[in-house]
Write a protein that binds this ligand. Structure first.
Ligand SMILES: [Zn+2]
Length: 265
């Protein structure tokens, strides 16, 4: 997703199991860790880093990795030992913040960062409550996925619910200054390559997504009006809901032919 990172190959069956049907050991950890307070958590196993849960797990030898703060030491070790990825059918959302360059022009850097951070908190909360998995904040964009192994077989319906909630919250999602932050949402369901990426230099590893479906989702988010979510035809079909939403034919940059999108909001 970023030119600074290279996707890694290998361990395809393992990665397919984790994000496709779900790995039983990891899913057991998810259920256990999700009950322990509190955020922030390891992106892969949901182990809490703060609060009583964080204290308990540190006592058990599991803490935040000191070279990769998004993961616990166990999962960071796992990413190092089993780099790779697989193509899995899943749902994806991009949330694209509008006019942030304009806002940044006339504001103090601290105000810009505060405004964006409280927006990201609100969006993250809605996505996590809809069983989504936050992959990354890319500048002005929040990227989240619903892999069946994490989110269940009804991932497309859950992603659509998240999009609906984001659109409904709309102007209520404000920055630290209390002003609404306009944003557009793109939603898609399809085969996505998910796996580890390695920084061109150094050891830093993360999980990222690649493929046509990722580009399509980003373009849909970019084409959405402020306060609107655009769903691909595949997203609507996989969810089995939303067929009655207003439809638009779009010409999207880098996508051949017309794209049919369903508009929420
Ligand atoms: Zn972990």
């Amino acid at each position: 997703m970023s030119e600074n990172y290279q996707p890694q190959s290998g361990n395809q069956d393992l990665w397919h199991t984790i994000f496709g049907p779900g790995h039983p050991d990891l899913n057991k950890q998810h259920r256990f860790h999700a009950r322990l307070p509190r955020d922030p958590r390891c992106k892969l196993c949901f182990a809490p880093f703060e609060g009583l849960g964080g204290f308990y797990l540190r006592f058990k030898g599991k803490g935040r990795s000191n070279r990769n703060p998004n993961f616990c030491n166990a999962c960071d070790g796992f990413l190092e030992a089993f780099p790779g990825g697989a193509e899995v059918e899943m749902s994806v959302i991009f949330v694209d913040i509008r006019n942030s360059t304009q806002f940044a022009e006339g504001a103090e850097p601290a105000a810009v960062s505060g405004r964006i951070n409280s927006f990201l908190d609100a969006v993250t909360d809605t996505i996590v409550k809809s069983d989504g998995f936050i992959l990354a904040f890319y500048g002005d964009c929040v990227v989240a996925v619903w892999p069946p192994g994490f989110s269940g077989l009804d991932h497309a319906a859950k992603a659509q619910t998240a999009a609906r909630r984001l659109v409904q919250q709309g102007a209520a999602i404000t920055g630290a200054d209390g002003k609404a932050i306009p944003f557009g949402v793109g939603v898609h369901t399809g085969p996505i390559f998910i796996g580890t990426v390695q920084a061109a230099r150094g050891l830093f590893r993360d999980i990222s997504i690649f493929g046509h479906g990722v580009n399509l989702t980003a373009r849909l988010a970019g084409a959405a009006q402020a306060g609107e979510a655009l769903l691909s035809e595949a997203a609507v079909q996989a969810a089995g809901q939303g067929q009655d939403l207003p439809r638009r034919a779009l010409e999207l940059k880098g996508i051949t032919g017309e794209t049919t999108a369903y508009a929420l909001g």
